[in-house]
Design a protein around this ligand. Structure first.
Ligand code: F0G
Length: 460
């Protein structure tokens, strides 16, 4: 019998519950004051629905917890490593698999091995830690997003694509060396938007012609595979595992944070097909992460990742994942909340500049919105705008600002139910109705670097 409904429901039932602290408005006001209106400083007991990140915050499955108990903690040659390596090789297809404690450790080792001062690394959009590692090496992190990504409110199926002409042009210039090019799937810095297989294939060909390696930042590879299956011609009947295998067949290596589509709370890895590069990377790994068969992880973590990578490729899971993220996006955009269209895979990005036109960038509209969402419903999002990317020029003392003011609401995997997302929708609608009354914020104390984590604010 076919199903009486095409409603997509959570494809799991809940086995372990964690209580949420149902804070009152007065308690939230006190938390905000104590935190200097910086949500990174609010203790998580003060948060009702935590949409700060989808990284390491998801729920593991019963199978993963069983794997945790099976974890073998031998220093060298643990069977847990071999299960992890077999899973990564099976899905990603690379010869060398180097475990790391999370994504940025893989980035750091890759950069230390291949990048020197003065180099340039193109990417569709670098994530902040990738950019940070490249810039710390004295090199340039060059973002080449496709032109469609710039119009937030105009939908396009693959807004995460790299600008192929710009990539070709960069690689044909002979000023400064390009040790490798990257592609981030999905494009987190660009709204969680997907990259098409055609774009990956073409970028790979351009790199091959220029004889440079092509790397993929694979954090949300399974979400990207689902987008390809649902939006790109020729993939409607292809298994997500096969789409993932094809994706990585075009690359020479990858970096991965297993805290995303590894469905684990910690972990990552670095892959390459180049044996000489792998040897150098393993030497660096031993210095700061650990022996090559654990790389800063416990055997139990390796087991959880080996299982989680396949669970992320389960079609029923991805259908639920994408429908719950787009449900949030659709519900709020229906009442006029401006978001990056269409909704991304892991998050909704509200355009705070468009929603709060009465607040100039000097009053940080993104931060003002983040504060009001917390005050209203205990919802924690993150500002991706001038607090994060602006700053003060150390030479002139002048403030500079970002081109955009966004608020990201990232959905942890398998964690919140539809009624909890409905609660988020209600709170956002309420804030939207009162948007003209929202006040801006002023920074009263800030560090030199990465100020969004610790800066203190006051309400204007
Ligand atoms: N690359 C991308 C595209 C990411 O989104 C992240 C992390 C990393 C690399 C670094 O991985 O955290 O394991 O070291 N993104 C998280 C976020 C922190 O909230 O978007 P990590």
């Amino acid at each position: 019998m076919s199903s009486p409904t095409d409603r997509i429901i959570e494809p799991f039932r809940i086995k372990v519950v964690e209580p949420i602290n149902m804070t009152t408005p007065d308690e939230r006001e006190a938390y905000l004051k104590d935190a200097g209106f910086n949500l990174f400083r609010v203790p998580s007991e003060g948060v009702l629905i935590d949409l700060l990140t989808d990284s390491g915050t998801g729920a593991m499955s019963a199978e993963q917890w069983a794997g945790i108990m099976r974890g073998d903690e031998s220093y060298a040659g643990s069977p847990s490593y071999h299960r992890f390596e077999a899973a990564v090789r099976d899905i990603f297809g690379f010869q060398h698999v180097i475990p790391t404690h999370q994504g940025r450790a893989a980035e750091r080792i890759l950069v230390a091995t291949l990048v020197k001062a003065g180099d340039t690394i193109p990417n569709n959009t670098h994530f902040d830690t990738t950019r940070g590692n490249i810039e710390a090496a004295g090199a340039t992190a060059l973002d080449l997003p496709c032109p469609e990504s710039k119009a937030f409110d105009v939908p396009h199926p693959f807004k995460g694509n790299i600008d192929l002409d710009a990539l070709r042009k960069k690689l044909s210039e002979k000023n400064g060396s390009v040790p490798f090019a990257m592609m981030t799937i999905t494009n987190n810095g660009g709204g969680g938007q997907p990259v098409s297989m055609a774009n990956i294939r073409a970028a790979s060909e351009i790199c091959r012609e220029a004889e440079i390696p092509f790397y993929i930042d694979a954090c949300r590879f399974a979400e990207n595979a689902f987008f390809i299956r649902s939006r790109e011609e020729g993939y409607a009947d292809t298994a997500l595992l096969d789409i993932a295998r094809e994706t990585f067949s075009y690359a020479d290596g990858c970096t991965m944070s297993a805290k995303k589509d590894g469905m684990a709370n910690i972990g990552g890895f670095l892959c390459t097909n180049d044996s000489a590069v792998a040897r150098q990377e393993e030497e660096l790994l031993v210095l700061t992460e650990g022996f090559p068969t654990y790389g800063g992880l416990a055997g139990r973590d390796l087991e959880a990742i080996a299982i989680g990578l396949y669970e992320a490729l389960d079609l029923r899971y991805q259908e639920y994942r994408h429908s719950s993220t787009s449900y949030l996006g659709e519900q709020i955009s229906e009442v006029g909340v401006p978001i990056i269209q269409p909704p991304g895979g892991h998050a909704i990005y509200i355009d705070a500049k468009a929603m709060l036109p009465h607040l100039p960038v000097e009053e940080y509209p993104g931060q003002a919105l983040v504060v009001e969402l917390y005050r209203t419903g205990g919802i924690r999002g993150v500002e991706i705008g001038s607090v994060m990317f602006g700053g003060r020029d150390p030479k002139t003392g002048e403030n500079f600002y970002s081109d955009y003011e966004l608020v990201r609401l990232a959905i942890p995997r398998r964690t919140y139910t539809k009624s909890q997302i409905d609660y988020v929708v209600d709170c956002i609608k309420d804030v939207h109705r009162r948007r003209s009354e929202l006040r801006g914020v002023r920074i009263i104390e800030q560090p030199e670097r990465l100020r969004h984590f610790t800066a203190l604010f006051e309400m204007l």
